[in-house]
Design a binder for this molecule. Structure first.
Ligand SMILES: C[S@@+](CC[C@H](N)C(=O)[O-])C[C@H]1O[C@@H](n2cnc3c(N)ncnc32)[C@H](O)[C@@H]1O
Length: 197
């Protein structure tokens, strides 16, 4: 898992972007989640979203990389009631149908091998009319989309990061209802709010 190799440097590498815009976008993304509910994060990474979790009945942070998950645990400083951790693949979630009121991911669908499978899993484990909220970098509209197609040749080979995903379309193809797509950074980043139907 390539993110085992990135885990030590991940927070440092993102720090300049966190301060300038990511923290603001994370807060806005998680503000779409219901309070006092059962919520699931997939690809939780080093726990960068923890400061913005809403008060919840039960929160689960899932992540495939053991090393990223270790970093996330360290962030909580032994505060174990806040969230349960689980190491697993987002494409095969170990939860029963309708287990969660909502689920979310930030900067994850670009890393998944088969994002369509993860959407089908989210559709299965989030209850009907529950929300699925995503902050993702995507293939931008217009001519710059072709630039991202080109960049994708390198990013997908070198860092397993797909630069030309059309994530909202994939969500829709999996049967989720798209409530809103808010474009950020000229459409390079999307805040996507879906409802399970
Ligand atoms: C760019 S990082 C984003 C981490 C965090 N969500 C954030 O916003 O900083 C992508 C994360 O997705 C995780 N990931 C990649 N493939 C995954 C999979 N199949 N299942 C679960 N997590 C996965 C990686 O291990 C990594 O932690």
């Amino acid at each position: 898992m390539i993110y085992d190799k990135f885990a030590n440097g991940y927070d440092c590498a993102l720090a300049p972007f966190e301060k300038r815009f990511l923290e603001k976008w994370r807060r806005e993304t998680l503000s779409h989640l219901p309070e006092n509910a059962e919520i699931l994060e997939i690809g939780a990474g080093t726990g960068a979203n923890f400061p913005f979790y809403p008060p919840s009945k039960h929160a689960v942070a899932s992540e495939i990389s053991r090393k990223m998950l270790e970093k996330a645990r360290e962030k909580l400083n032994g505060e174990t009631n806040f969230v349960n951790f689980i190491q697993n693949n987002a494409e095969t979630l170990p939860f029963a149908e309708n287990s969660f009121d909502a689920a979310f991911a930030t900067l994850v669908f670009c890393s998944l091998e088969k994002p369509g499978n993860a959407f089908l899993e989210l559709k299965r484990i989030v209850r009907p009319s529950g929300k699925i909220v995503l902050l993702e970098h995507v293939r931008p509209p217009g001519i710059s989309g072709y630039l991202f197609d080109f960049l994708n040749i390198f990013t997908s080979a070198l860092i397993a990061d797909c630069f030309n995903r059309e994530t909202a379309k994939l969500a829709q193809d999996a049967g989720l209802k798209i409530l809103n797509v808010k474009k950020k950074a000229f459409g390079i980043v999307n805040l996507i709010v879906c409802e399970n139907v």
